[in-house]
Ligand binder design. Structure first.
Ligand SMILES: Nc1ncnc2c1ncn2[C@@H]1O[C@H](COP(=O)(O)OP(=O)(O)OP(=O)(O)O)[C@@H](O)[C@H]1O
Ligand SMILES: [Mg+2]
Length: 145
């Protein structure tokens, strides 16, 4: 069983990466879709209970944000894997500008996430950590040491 945690500012490509890499194998837990922490907790608990691999597709910028998932996953013998999306404010800003409706976030939200962002480390309890760069419509993934 695997718990995958994404870490990345808005419009850094997380949900696109999910579709490419995890759509067929992992449930997606996404706060924007679930709309409340309570509903998120229900899906998280269900995934753990069912031993179902899942991806937490939120921005998860701080150590504290991630701790909740890491703790419950480790306690239940899930492998914990993190994907850290290279923060590129200009690129994310430009991509966000192309969005419409609810998907488009406010500039202040993007800035605030960038400011809070704490680079993930193995000390937090990750079994594997990867760095994701997006270049010309493709993702490049490399293992973090
Ligand atoms: N590698 C890429 N190259 C070019 N464009 C990309 C790439 N990845 C994503 N995009 C585009 O950037 C936009 C944002 O991507 P996406 O919705 O996956 O970001 P996100 O990190 O999930 O954002 P949020 O945190 O707001 O949900 C989308 O319009 C997507 O098509
Ligand atoms: Mg997304």
């Amino acid at each position: 069983m695997e718990c995958v945690i994404f870490i990345g500012i808005q419009a850094s490509g997380k949900s696109t990466f999910y579709k490419e890499k995890f759509f067929k194998t992992h449930m997606r837990i996404n706060l924007d879709m679930l709309r409340s922490r309570n509903r998120e907790d229900v899906y998280l608990a269900a995934s753990i209970e069912a031993k179902q691999p899942f991806v937490v597709d939120n921005t998860n910028p701080t150590i504290d944000d991630r701790k909740k998932y890491i703790d419950i996953a480790r306690k239940n013998k899930f492998k914990v894997v993190g994907y850290y999306f290279e923060p590129d404010y200009e690129l994310s800003y430009a991509r966000n500008e192309q969005r419409e409706g609810k998907e488009k976030v406010r500039e202040i939200g993007l800035k605030s996430t960038l400011k809070k962002l704490q680079i993930p480390t193995y000390d937090e309890g990750f079994d594997e950590l990867y760095f994701v760069k997006s270049a010309d419509g493709k993702f490049e993934v490399e293992k973090m040491l």
